[in-house]
Structures are given as C-alpha cells and as structure tokens.
Design a protein around this ligand. Structure first.
Ligand code: BGC
Length: 725
C-alpha cells in the first residue's frame, strides 16, 4: 500500500485568509539512509522542500483532475536531500482546486472552493541496515504564513520576500479525500524554455513595456538587486492595441498581475502557484521607477506538460514556417496538464471541442499519449450516468447538456491516440465512456438515428455567422447528426480492435447514415459540405467536395469555416482532387487565412481569423484570445497530405506507414519529420528544375505513393523523381 494513504489530512487550525500556508515538520535521522521517498498531494497546488532545496520539478503539482473523483499524488526520491537534522516544508496555494475559476458562476467549483488549504504527505525512509520508518502528516506538524500573500490562477501572485515570521501555529486534522487518491498519471508540468526580452520600450501612453518576442504560457522570473520592501508590479498582455499601447481587455476578469516585495540585496523570484499567457509585460512598479527596469531583470519561463517533441515541419516559405512554429507554441501554451482553450483570460479550461479539433496535430508534434490518457480518464470520471460529457474536462460548468462536436471528443480523442501510438489500451480504458456517449445522444434526440434538438456550439466562430452571433450558419442538427454518425463509426472501429461484438453499433451506424441522407440531402455551407464528405455521409462524396470547391472559389478562394469545418477542410479538398485549391487556402496571406495572423506578427495561433483586423483594430474585447490552438489543426494536413506521412489504420502507430507526398509548385521544398514509436519517418520534396525530387526515410515497411504510382518498400531511404508541372 502506498504510505500516503495512511497519512492524515492537515490544514491550518486558524484561518489565514489569502495567505498561502507553509506546513513544516522537523525531524532528526540517526542512521544512514538507503532510500527515501516523499509522497505528497494537496487541495490546491503545492511546492515542497527539504532543508531549503525544492523537491522535484513539478510545477503546479498535483495537477488538475476531476477532483471529485480523482486526485493525484506524486512520489519523489528525496534520498539525496536528507541530512541528520531536517525540515520538510510544504507550501500550499489555491490552484485549480480552490481558485475562482471559471470566470462565471459554477456551483461545482464553489463547492470545491469551500475546502481548506489541506495537505497530505508521507516520507518513507529505508535505512542501510534494512530498517525503515515513515513520517506522516499528522497533528505533530506546524504551520506558518508563507511569503506568498496571495496566489490564484487567473489573478496572479503577491509575494513579500521581506516577510519573516517565527509564529508557528498548530494544524488541525480534517476528513480529506482518500478513496479518490491516485498516483500521478499524467505528464509532469515543468519549466521548459527560457526566453529573454527582445526589447523594452515606452508606449505612447508613457508606460514601460517588456517584449519577449514570443507569446508563452508560464511566468516571468525576476532578477534584481534592491532594497528590502521595494515593490515590483507587473501586468501581462498578449498584444498591443491600435495605438501601440498595452492591452489587457481580452483577459476579461483575469487580473493576471505579479506583485513582489523585495528583500534586501540580490535576489531571484518567480511565482509558485500561478501562470500567465503573455508576450508582453508592463512594468507598473519597479525599484527606482519603471524606467529603471533593464532586460536582464526579466526572463520569461515557459511552463507546460513535459511531452517529448516528435514532429517537425519546414518549408521554403518563411511565413509558413512561422505558422508551423506558432502551432507548436500554441500546443506548448495550452497543454498545461489539461488541453486548455487558452492560457490568459478567465477560462483556461479543458474545452473538449478544441481538444478534439487539434488532437491529430497534437499527436504529431509531441508524444501526447500519457497526457491524453490522464485527461480522458477525467472525462470518464466526470461523465454523467446518461452518458453526458461536459463542455470542459475537468468539468466545472453547470450546463447539464452536452454539445455536439465538443462532447464527441469522447470518441474522437481515444481513437486518434490509438491511431498515433498503436496501443489499444486507450480504447480499452475509454470504451465504456465512448458507448455511453452514444447512449446520451439516443436519449436526447427528438428523432431516432439523428441528433435533432439540443443546445450546441454549432460551427463555432464560423465566418458565415449571422451578424452578432458566434456560431457559423451551418445547421446545428446537421452538425450534431454528422458527429453522431462519426462517433458511432468510431465505436464500431474501436470495438473491432478490442474484439467486442459491435453488430448493434454497425446497425446503428447504417441507420444513422440512411436517416442523415434523407433528412439532409442538400448542403448550404462549406462546413456542411466538409462534414458530408469527410464523414462519408453524402450519397456522392465527390459531388459534396465539388460543391465545397465551388463555394470556396465563389467566396474568392476563401474559407468560411469555424471550429467544426476547419480541421477537415483541406483534407476534403485534397482527397477529392482539389489539392491545388487546398494549397491556395494554406498559402493565402490575406484575411481570412492561416497566414494572415502571421503577417500581423502572430507568434501563436489566434482564436479568430481576424483577432487583429487589417486596420489594427480588434475583433472583439471579450472573446479574443491570441493563443487558441484549435485552428493550428491545419498542421496535420501538412504532415499527412503535403508531406504525406500517414499511419495505416490496420497497422496503427506507424507500425506500417503510407507516405504519399503532394508537392505544390508554389513551394520550393517541404520537409516533415515524425519520430514514431518505430523510429523516424522523414519525407522531403524539393523542386529541381522541371522535376520533383523526393527523399523518403522510413524505419518500417511502407507504401510509398508518388504521382499515382505505388510501391511497397522495406525500411530504408529512398529517392524518387517525378515531373513537375
Ligand atoms: C472557448 C472555446 C470553446 C468555446 C465553446 C469559448 O469560450 O474559449 O475555445 O470551445 O467557448 O463554445
């Protein structure tokens, strides 16, 4: 049994208000230690140290889970930190558990917030002589006020490094969660890149602003030499406004401030229990005045889940390369223990729709198997009896209704993870959740075999939205029914992999397709065409794709799609003979397009195609994130179609691959690399005069398709040429 399960939950015996408590235990060790393991968790987020040295690298531990059902604890090898006389300290902040998120009313979160700043730990010590002992949290611990006077995910942190106390208070025991404790399941959240300022400047409003040149998620590390008690106050922003002034309105109610009171002399500080999404900071207060701030005082530290980078894209087009970078930064900035919509405003929630839209790209850029295994387990934990899947996971939103294309993450995400890594255990873990999701639709629809009625997000942010609406004009029943078909198809596929009897779902699927064809014989929008063809619901998919190509051209070679249609748009075009048109959309630089934000200086993916409009104005002030990864889903088309690297459904995880590149004369060359579980696949094409030269490197038997010719080849490196138009 894990020793933490025998520990007792402790909390400060008296109220500390906004101040983060630090729990302490002093102990002496007489014998030589062979090995020592510290297990810890908290109702909030914690940092522990032994004799002043931080334990582990996990930022914002114990991470964010469906706390009512699952609370992770971490185990750290602390053998090297122990001495004869020891002090073990654990500081606890509100974190996601007791913070004020989301930025609107949530009875679920209000219930969590009522919990005390609780902590649970055990330190198991094994001596060289074979004996052992364990120190548990109990009434023998004491608690003090820490220097962290305030900390919250949205609002930021206040630290007073000049604060000192010798007052030790008692702890009280309380009945904290025990049944729900689980060992760490996800990736650790860690500090990753460190970014130095590229410039400090004064805005027209006279404010001092530091530009890091890259939007990141994390915090600023301060390095100053200052008198005790002097104050540093920083505000965070993603963009400057039309006049070149510091702009924070799009953070909505998230205050996102960092406040630090110095101790005497040289010092380094970074926040412990909060994070920000930002590219710029405004120096509001600084020793000697904001103008005294120097670049060397600030380093931006990116913080996100520790995922292994696996995918790389490069081309002859610098704007496209910046787009690829932005997609990767978008993922870094939003894969912070759960896949969040954005890292800056008063949301930062695990929106299911965004996650399913982006998952294929996510699994190419980074190894996200472990990351999604944890998040999907939270989805299952939060699933309703009737199969309800929340808009966000962990679910703290009160809305009891599921939305199509958002809740379908329940089937899409496990399937994509299986395809990317070839490990059926994700399907086994999620199969019941997947089936229950279909049940939800069946009991909530107004018509059998379709999903009619309900409240949906539609083709969220589609450009064909009627004025004043966030929802594109694609029919919501159409979208809901199309995803019902898709989810059912995925349950069939998953069930077959698992050796389950899926006859009932096969029948359901063919009934849905028939009903869909009768009910929706014609399509009115780009997204409707995309879904009909991509999910193979149209009687004539080629005709649906032809119509799509027509609509795109009629719109002036422009996309009109939102969250639902965009990820599949280029796939449908290229699958049905419109690869050139797909490239036209990819390479378009004017609004609306993927490259338009790049021309406006974007360093991450924007929530809106025109987050900053051509005249420099903003799309809106309340729903305008500059780090929303969803539209970055286009990268999967570049990997899978332009460079042509695909896994085969019968040999998932690239056990066998298909490599079918599609060059375009508007690019001189393109290269994609994917580090698969079986080794590195590389596909590169380059124009050499009037021929295309393809270099392909594969670690597995692969089917290589070039210019309509197919060869099955063993692992190796290959060179091909084909005529260039
Ligand atoms: C989020 C989205 C999300 C949407 C649902 C927004 O506030 O930021 O990305 O999917 O709500 O409609």
């Amino acid at each position: 049994m894990d020793s933490i399960l025998k520990a007792k939950w402790i909390a400060p015996a008296s109220e500390m208000g906004e101040v983060c408590p630090v729990f302490r235990k002093c102990f002496s060790l007489e014998k030589k230690v062979e090995r020592a393991v510290l297990q810890v968790t908290a109702l909030g987020v914690y940092v522990s140290d032994i004799n002043g040295t931080r334990v582990g690298n996990f930022v914002l531990a114990p991470g964010w889970t469906a706390y009512q059902k699952r609370l992770q604890y971490q185990a750290y090898d602390v053998t090297e930190l122990l001495e004869k006389e020891n002090t073990l300290s654990v500081t606890v902040g509100k974190g996601w558990y007791r913070g004020r998120l989301p930025g609107w009313k949530s009875t679920k979160q209000e219930a969590l917030q009522k919990n005390p700043a609780g902590m649970l730990a055990s330190l198991e010590i094994l001596y060289v002589d074979g004996s052992s002992e364990t120190i548990y949290t109990d009434e023998s611990w004491n608690v003090q006020e820490s220097q962290i006077r305030f900390s919250e995910i949205y609002d930021g942190e206040t630290c007073d490094a000049s604060f000192k106390t010798t007052v030790e208070g008692p702890v009280s025991l309380f009945e904290g969660p025990t049944e729900t404790l689980i060992p760490q399941q996800g990736e650790e959240v860690r500090e990753q890149e460190r970014v130095s300022p590229c410039r400090i400047f004064t805005t027209p409003a006279g404010e001092t602003v530091v530009d890091f040149g890259q939007e990141i998620t994390g915090y600023v590390e301060l390095s100053v030499d200052a008198p005790a008690g002097s104050e540093i106050l920083l505000s965070h922003a993603e963009v400057m406004d039309q006049q070149g002034n510091f702009y924070t309105e799009n953070y909505r109610s998230a205050k996102a401030k960092l406040q630090y009171f110095c101790r005497e002399g040289k010092q380094v500080y970074k926040p412990q229990f909060t994070y920000f999404g930002f590219r710029y900071i405004r120096v509001d207060r600084f020793p000697g005045g904001p103008e005294a701030a120097k670049p060397e005082n600030f380093t931006a530290v990116a913080v996100y889940s520790h995922m292994k980078r696996t995918g790389y894209l490069r081309s002859s087009n610098p704007l496209l390369n910046r787009l690829f970078e932005n997609v990767v930064w978008g993922q870094r900035g939003n894969f912070l223990d759960v896949p969040t919509d954005c890292p800056q405003r008063d949301e930062r929630l695990g929106w299911t729709g965004d996650a399913q839209v982006f998952i294929r790209t996510a699994a190419l850029n980074f190894d996200v198997e472990k990351f999604f295994t944890k998040w999907l387990a939270d989805m299952e934990a939060d699933q309703g009896e009737d199969g309800f899947v929340g808009h966000v996971i962990p679910n703290m939103i009160d809305d009891p209704e599921s939305s199509a294309a958002w809740a379908d993450a329940a089937t899409i995400c496990p399937w994509e993870i299986y395809l990317a890594y070839g490990n059926p255990s994700i399907l086994r873990n999620q199969f019941s959740c997947m089936k229950k999701w279909l049940h939800y639709i069946a009991v909530h629809t107004k018509e059998d075999y379709l999903w009619i009625g309900g409240n949906h997000f539609g083709d969220w942010l589609g450009l064909d939205a009627p004025s004043g609406s966030y929802k594109g004009s694609s029919n919501e029943d159409f979208i809901a029914s199309a995803f019902y078909a898709h989810s059912t198809e995925l349950v069939v596929k998953a069930g077959r992999v698992l050796g389950e009897d899926v006859s009932q779902y096969e029948e359901l699927y063919s009934n849905i397709v028939n009903a869909f064809r009768k009910r929706f014989p014609v399509y009115h929008t780009q997204t409707e065409c995309v879904l009909a063809a991509h999910f193979h619901l149209a009687e004539d998919c080629q005709a649906a794709a032809d119509q799509l190509a027509g609509l795109v051209r009629e719109a002036g070679t422009q996309l009109r799609t939102g969250f639902v249609g965009t990820p599949y748009l280029l796939h449908v075009l290229s699958e049905y003979g419109y690869t050139e048109l797909a490239y036209s959309l990819l390479l378009r630089e004017k609004y609306p397009s993927w490259l338009y934000p790049v021309t406006k200086g974007a360093t991450t993916i924007w929530e809106h195609w025109d987050g900053i409009m051509e005249d420099g104005g903003f799309w809106s002030s309340d729903m305008n994130s500059y780090n929303h990864y969803a539209y970055g889903a286009v990268a999967d088309w570049v990997y899978c179609v332009a460079a042509g690297i695909q896994t085969q459904e019968e040999h998932p995880g690239y056990e066998k691959a298909v490599i079918a590149p599609h060059p375009d004369a508007r690019l001189g060359w393109l290269e994609a690399v994917v580090e698969t579980r079986h080794g590195r696949i590389r596909s590169r094409w380059e124009r050499e005069g009037d021929v295309w030269r393809y270099e392909i490197e594969t670690p597995v038997e692969s089917r290589i398709c070039i210019d309509g010719r197919e060869h099955t080849v063993p692992a190796g490196r290959y060179l091909y040429y084909s005529p260039c138009c």
